[in-house]
Write a protein that binds this ligand. Structure first.
Ligand code: NAD
Ligand code: AKB
Length: 314
C-alpha cells in the first residue's frame, strides 16, 4: 500500500485528487498538505498538515513522520498570477520542486510533478505539438515548467529518483475554483451560464486550447504513478489531452442545454498573449503507448456533466 504526501492539496486538482487517493489507498495513508488552512471537508476527512512546500526541512520532516513513499507535488503559482508576479512564480515553483526532489532523494520517494501546455512557446509547432519538440516559453510559468521537467529528469538519471509527470492542458471542474490561470475561462463560463445565462470571456472567440475534464485528469495522476517503469521511455513530462476548445465552440455546446445562453468578449491582452503562445492541439500518442492514457470525456460529455452538477448545486 502506498503512503502518499500531497503538496498544494487545497487547489483545483488537489481537492479532487485527495478523496480519490484516499479511496484507493486508504484514508490514513494519504496526508494532504497546503500552505493555507483548508476547510473541514479536507482537514476533518483525513490527515492534514499546514506545510510550506518551499521549506525543505519542513517537507523532509513531514515525509519522515508520515513515512511517505510517494509525493504528489501540486503546490505552484499558475500562468496568469505568474505574469502579475514573476518572481513569486519562480520562487514558489522552483524552490518547492527543489525541496521535494531533495527530500525524495534522501528518503527514497517517488515524485509526481505536473507540467503544462504552458511549457511550450510561440515557436513550438502548434497543431499537432509533438511530444519531443522546441520548448521556448515566454511566460515565467512556462519557464518554471520547462526547468521543472529538466530537473525531474536530472534527479531520475543522476540519482535514480522515480520522477514522473504529465503536461496537463486546461482543466475543467466544479468544486474548488481554478487558481489564476489562462484557461480559467473554461470553468467560469459554466458557473456564469447556470447563474446568469451570460458570460463575458477574457479570451477572444477563436482562441483554441487543449482541455480536459477533471475526472480524466485524476485518472491520469493515478495511472502514471502505477505505470510499469520498464515501459516508460519518457518521464518528465508526457503530453496528454482530451479535447480542443474555443470560447465560441464551448458556448455552442452549452447552448445545446441552455438555448438562450449568451457569450460576449472583453479581451485581456495579457492572457490572450499567453493563450496565443500555447499549442492548439498536443499529440499525446507517447502517453497512450507507454502507459495506456485514454480520456473518457469529450466536449459534449464534459459539458453535460458539468451543467448537471452545477444545476444540482445551485
Ligand atoms: P491551484 O492554484 O488551484 O492550487 C495550488 C495550491 O498550492 C493552492 O491550494 C495553494 O494554496 C498551494 N500553494 C501555493 N504556494 C504553496 C506553497 N509554498 N506551499 C504549499 N502549498 C502552496 O493549482 P492547481 O490547478 O491545483 O494546479 C496544481 C498543479 O498542476 C500546478 O503545478 C499547476 O501548474 C499544474 N497544472 C494545473 C492545470 C490546471 O488547469 N489546473 C493545468 C496544467 C498544470
Ligand atoms: C493555466 O492556465 O495557467 C493552467 C495551465 C494550462 O497550466 N490552467
Amino acid at each position: 500500500m502506498k503512503r502518499i504526501l500531497i503538496t498544494g492539496a487545497g487547489g483545483q486538482i488537489g481537492s479532487w485528487l485527495v478523496p480519490r487517493l484516499r479511496e484507493l489507498y486508504g484514508t490514513a495513508n494519504v496526508l494532504a498538505t497546503d500552505v493555507r488552512h483548508l476547510g473541514a471537508e479536507v482537514t476533518e476527512a483525513g490527515p492534514f498538515q499546514v506545510l510550506d512546500a518551499t521549506d525543505q526541512k519542513a517537507v523532509g520532516q513531514a515525509v519522515m513522520r508520515h513515512e511517505a513513499d510517494t509525493v504528489y507535488h501540486l503546490a505552484a503559482i499558475l500562468s496568469a498570477i505568474g505574469e502579475k508576479d514573476p518572481r513569486l512564480a519562480w520562487h514558489v515553483n522552483m524552490a518547492s520542486l527543489e525541496a521535494v526532489l531533495e527530500v525524495a532523494r534522501e528518503q527514497g520517494c517517488a515524485v509526481f510533478t505536473p507540467s503544462s501546455i504552458g511549457a511550450f512557446g510561440p515557436n513550438t509547432p502548434k497543431d499537432p505539438t509533438p511530444q519531443d519538440t522546441l520548448m521556448r516559453p515566454t511566460t515565467m510559468y512556462g519557464i518554471t515548467k520547462v526547468c521543472g521537467e529538466l530537473l525531474c529528469n536530472y534527479y531520475y538519471t543522476r540519482y535514480g529518483v522515480d520522477t514522473r509527470g504529465v503536461r496537463f492542458p486546461g482543466l475543467i471542474s466544479h468544486g474548488a475554483p481554478p487558481g489564476g490561470g489562462t484557461t480559467d475561462w473554461a470553468v467560469d463560463i459554466f458557473y456564469q451560464a447556470v447563474e446568469s445565462g451570460t458570460y463575458t470571456c477574457f479570451l477572444g472567440p477563436d482562441a483554441q486550447l487543449d482541455m480536459m475534464y477533471m475526472p480524466d485528469a485524476v485518472d491520469a495522476l493515478v495511472k502514471i504513478m502505477e505505470a510499469d517503469p520498464d515501459r516508460l521511455v519518457h518521464r518528465n513530462a508526457f503530453n496528454i489531452t482530451a479535447m480542443q476548445l474555443t470560447p465560441e465552440g464551448l458556448a455552442a455546446e452549452i447552448r445545446k442545454h441552455i438555448p438562450d445562453f449568451e457569450i460576449g468578449y472583453e479581451v485581456d491582452p495579457v492572457r490572450q498573449r499567453i493563450a496565443d503562445s500555447w499549442p492548439d492541439r498536443i499529440d499525446d500518442s507517447a502517453a497512450r503507448e507507454e502507459w495506456g492514457w485514454q480520456p473518457k470525456f469529450d466536449a459534449s460529455a464534459m459539458t453535460a456533466d458539468m451543467l448537471h452538477h452545477l444545476s444540482l448545486s445551485s
